[in-house]
Design a protein around this ligand. Sequence first.
Ligand code: SAM
Length: 722
Amino acid sequence: MPNSPDIQRRCLRVRRQSESSLNTTRVSNSNIQQKRRESTSGAVNAKKKRKRNSYQHKTTQYIKPCDKIFHWSIREVDESSYLEEKGLRFSGAEIKLEEKRVELAVKTVLKEKADFVEKEFATLFLDDDSDDIDCSYHLSEDEDVADKAHLVNAKYVPLTFTTTGETKITVPPLKKPYKTETTKMKFVEPLTENVYCDDELQLSHFPQFGEFPDEDIDYEAINAFLHRTFPKGVHGNWRNKSETSEEMFYKTLIALLPGTKNIDLLHHALYETFPSYGGLKDIHETFDRLHKKYSNGKDNLEILKVLDSLKDSMKTKLLPYSKKFPFDVKYPDTRKNYIVRYIKIGEKECSENCYLNDYEVITRMEEFLEETDSKELKLYILKSTKRQFSDFLNMLLMRDDKGVVKNFCQTAKLFPNVSCSSWFKSLLDSASYADAMGFQQKSYANRMENFRHAQKEDKKKRREKNKGKDKKYEDYTTLCDHLGPCGPGVRNCPCKRFCTVFCNCDFNCNRKFPGCECPPGMCQTQQCPCFEIDFECSELTCRQCVEDDTLELSSCDNYEMTKGGLKKILVGKSKIAGNGAFLQEDVHEEEFLGEYVGERLSVEEGERRGIFHLLNISYTFGLAECGDVDAMRAGNVLRFLNNSDEPNCYIKYKYVKGDLRIGFYTLKAMKTGQELFINYRYRPEAAAMFFGVPPFDRLPRIRKYIPTKEEKKENQTQKPKK
Ligand SMILES: C[S@@+](CC[C@H](N)C(=O)[O-])C[C@H]1O[C@@H](n2cnc3c(N)ncnc32)[C@H](O)[C@@H]1O
């Protein structure tokens, strides 16, 4: 197998003229040489043309070749479609039936999960009145408070505080005083950008545990409580199929295994639904592991029987492609618009219509040979293929062996209505390096025109699809990574209104948002297509505004989070609660303060950590359906901005490099020393809880499990001394 391909060298190279050694070639050598001469001069001209036309990106990172295919199957299942492997053949109707079963199982599990979550949360947030503590706080008449407005609603107030270290203000103690010490910083790691973090299923290491003094709380009891609250692991959602939780996957399998008529068919249907769980072998191994984890030691005989038969079938007909399925690819590299594959040239014709008998195909093969005597073609296969062809391609790539398609004819046979040589021609049509480069050569106007046109088409389709349905939140951070066209009519394409350059679809995809062409400094109005949809400008799309060589010098005014600046802000004792953030430089109205950074959590992890907010201080910002940013353990100074109903700063969410991020901006001009506030926009119940009730008193249910000091002492005296 050749090493990883070097496109520049390989593709711009003028090939050496030499003898062809295709042993199946029925074309005369002179013909081949003639062809070669034409293609050589063509390549030189194409090279010159490309050089003239091409827009030079600062980075050419996204035109790297890819040698992996992520989603093999984005296929419309109809009567004529079928799956055949090792003599197994399914009709479209059978596939539909099995997929329907998977869909039903998915719905049932989801409903169960939703009910469970609802029930748990309903009881969690209920105050059981077991402790009638009045934590309300009223300001006295003669209080010397600089900014009373902040304090009127603030019930969680420290006993003493200073504003910028000058005025010392004292407020009367709360009826039930609680810790007023500023938060210890021992767990906070300074960050300049978000760090993506995995779901953490171990709760006991959570730093907030350490923030309660030991004598006050029994951590084991809290831990036990949390495990009781989420006994089945963390919640998940199936919005994006890659984001399913293991438990859901397990439950679906359990529900489906007994009734399956054919394990391969079930596997096929499951793979359609859970592309990241791998092939038959992978699913089998995953299932074994999950069974141990979730069955609680109870073995269901029926399931075990099916498992056994599955093992047998694994032995006898281990599908050759099973290990090639994408596995664990959650967020694949977004820089690929074509896939590199080697196609081994066959030695024997499979039929009369075999590509090896086709003069045109044989002649065109020349263009794709690495070396003239090579027995493999090297193809740059574009992802944006026609729907029908993408089915074939998916199947072809799925059956390759470490990037080499060894038996092209075998795959072609699975599609009897189209001849082997027609498939080969389509493959060659879509497989040249020059085509893969096409996007770069398109002018901005051209891209914009295509985009607008695609948007119109999409709008029609969406309208039909969503007739009578409620308008849903549209998340632009879900990136697509499939073969074939994108859009609302395409199964499994998760991109809502449009694709972006961060999607893994082909760069020629007309749905791809083309960015803007504003001059530098003009991207803060609705005239700028990026600004209009809350996208930060990007050097991958916007030609003029972000053109400066160095990031810091770029004068684009819609590029702040990419640049990553942060105003001078210090942490001090807040006027309102614990620590606060204080300006150390003068700022104008509508100035960018910085990005709120922290650990970037999945929706599930955000939900799980959410429980700690009830116990303590929350540093989490929700990103709608995209997860959360949690600055509890790691973040920057913006984590110290407290809440106010009369804020002097505001938040703006923006899409930056394919992800939703949080920018902090000023609402007015301010001087050094001023404390910064935003409005957290909590719902009244949440505000009452977080700002009105000391953390310790927030969870009556938890308290049941936390021994009081007296109880603890009693327990200790009862424990036999070692
Ligand atoms: C992002 S932190 C702000 C920094 C925090 N004061 C500190 O010391 O680290 C948010 C937490 O501060 C507290 N807080 C913020 N604004 C408040 C207010 N207006 N009244 C009472 N507590 C507030 C709440 O405990 C909230 O969960």
